[in-house]
Design a protein around this ligand. Structure first.
Ligand SMILES: Cc1cc2nc3c(=O)[nH]c(=O)nc-3n(C[C@H](O)[C@H](O)[C@H](O)COP(=O)(O)OP(=O)(O)OC[C@H]3O[C@@H](n4cnc5c(N)ncnc54)[C@H](O)[C@@H]3O)c2cc1C
Length: 326
């Protein structure tokens, strides 16, 4: 298909950008790596593209006065992956960014776009008028569902595609959003929403809101973190399974835990079962195996994605053992 006709504007201020977003069928254009594909494939339409590329205040990675970090929404994924500050203090986020797509896409795609990208379900991206596109059924439920979710599915079985979001949830990041009424701050964990809450949008954003920046709390002593992504092939690909870990150790015992799965559910999925199970324990072979079992206890695989249960089990066990020895 070809790109539809649209108006293209490049406002110089946030206020102007927000003004443009109030027009009917206006959408934000950041790096365009996801948006242009969606428009070309007719996943959704747009009458006005509001480029935010001139909003320089939305760039940069800086220390905040409290010792945390502020990351502008226009920060390139490649910048995140290469930042010494992020690599040292928030390694799961740097790893997640490094795992996104290909070098070309990481040099064009932004953090804001990464968090707000559309799901990769082939029915949604294809010619099917599925529930998410205003139709009356989820084709994945009885169709080719090998890449779909095993947790959190209800009326729609997408998996959340971002490789940076799981780490942001694990680190308790806060996402700042600008809208007509000013700014609001949304915990990363509450930013993405399940299909049962809304089947035609993936985030809490309204169409006239812009993600401006992300705030990470100061790194805390005793915390270790990591991100692991498993994909079907060595080249660029979305996560079949992934896990972001942020664990606080006291001696060799887990004191606090955040375990967030990617490729498992329609949102970055906090595995509270694993978090609860490992807290207060030493991560030896038996505990990690039982924790991994707990992660998939509530899984409801579809006809073709039962392999994900085994995949998650093995991956979580390996990653917990690895981080216990880090
Ligand atoms: C071949 C290919 C492979 C990919 N592989 C991966 C992968 O492995 N992992 C992964 O995580 N992603 C992957 N992506 C997805 C995605 O393109 C990138 O992650 C990128 O970061 C998106 O950023 P962008 O700036 O190009 O977004 P855009 O395409 O400009 O925007 C994406 C969406 O977000 C909205 N948006 C953009 N910025 C904002 C903002 N500041 N506030 C509110 N809404 C906003 C847009 O309106 C649009 O709907 C892949 C994409 C492609 C094409």
């Amino acid at each position: 298909m070809t790109l539809p006709n649209f108006t293209y504007v490049r406002p110089k201020s946030l206020a102007d950008a927000l003004g443009h977003l109030r027009s009917p069928k206006a959408v934000i254009y950041a790096g365009g790596t996801d948006l242009l594909g969606c428009l070309r494939d007719g996943v959704f339409g747009a009458e006005k593209l509001v480029s935010i590329g001139l909003l320089d205040k939305l760039r940069g990675i800086d220390r905040t006065p409290d010792g945390g970090v502020r990351i502008g929404a226009l920060t390139l994924i490649a910048e995140l992956a290469a930042s010494g500050l992020i690599r040292q203090s928030y390694p799961a986020l740097a790893r997640g960014a490094a795992e996104v797509a290909s070098p070309q896409l990481r040099n064009q795609g932004t953090l804001g776009g990464n968090l707000c990208q559309k799901p990769r379900c082939w029915y949604y991206r294809g010619e099917f008028i599925c529930l998410r596109k205003g139709g009356d059924k989820c084709y994945a439920y009885e169709g080719e569902n090998q890449y779909h979710c095993i947790l959190g599915g209800s009326v729609c079985y997408i998996t959340h595609p971002s490789d940076t979001a799981p780490a942001l949830v694990a680190y308790d990041a806060v996402i700042r959003v600008a809208g007509a009424k000013g700014f609001r701050e949304v915990p990363a964990e509450k930013f993405h929403i399940l299909p049962e809450e809304s089947v035609d949008k993936e985030t809490v954003l309204t169409p006239d809101e812009i993600v401006t920046e992300v705030f990470l709390p100061p790194p805390r002593p005793g915390w270790r973190s990591s991100y692991r992504k498993v994909r079907a092939r060595g080249s660029w690909d979305f996560a079949l399974a992934g896990v972001a870990l942020a664990l606080k150790f006291r001696s060799d015992v887990v004191d606090e835990a955040r375990v967030v799965l990617s490729g498992a559910a329609p949102i970055p999925w906090r595995s509270r079962e694993v978090e609860k199970f490992i807290t207060g324990k030493r991560l030896d072979g038996e505990i990690t195996a039982r924790a991994a079992e707990a992660a998939v206890k509530e899984a409801h695989p579809l006809k073709n994605n039962g392999y994900k249960v085994t995949l998650f089990r093995g991956m979580i066990e390996e990653e917990l053992l690895k981080i216990s020895k880090a």
